[in-house]
Design a binder for this molecule. Sequence first.
Ligand code: NI
Length: 176
Amino acid sequence: MIHPILRMGDARLLRVAEPVTEFDTPELHALIADMYATMHHASGAGLAAPQIGVNLRIVVFGFDANARYPEAEPVPSTVLINPVVTPEPGGFEEGWEGCLSVPGMRGVVPRHARLHYLGFDQFGKVIDRVAHGFHARVVQHECDHLDGILYPMRIADFSRFGFIDALFPGQDIGED
Ligand code: NI
């Protein structure tokens, strides 16, 4: 089922989400299926459960190619539950981000260039990876949603934040 995506300003996006305590349940599998359906319907690169009003520490992300981020390298399709993200040495990197909860806009956000992430999939299997580039950016963006943080809160230079059609006139990179 495709869910409406909450938009910035909704207080439910600002909560700290609760850990998942039971894996491989029909309810969890149904929620993950809904999150994928909602993400794909919106052509998103990722989606966090709080964005559909579910206050649990679950994110989904990944794509082979994404219309909203045509330059981005592929990111493995991943269900990540109760994630722990640890920056690795490598400093910060700037890059453009958008968010399905902030439709029509983009901003440049500094993120850790490299990180380690640890968590579980929907079956309770451990996911333990290192990531860099857009993959690392997506993980940080989605996991921020679990702590009530939206990307505009991470922007350092507001001269590079705005509406897509005003920032990139003539380029078709999607409406949101
Ligand atoms: Ni987002």
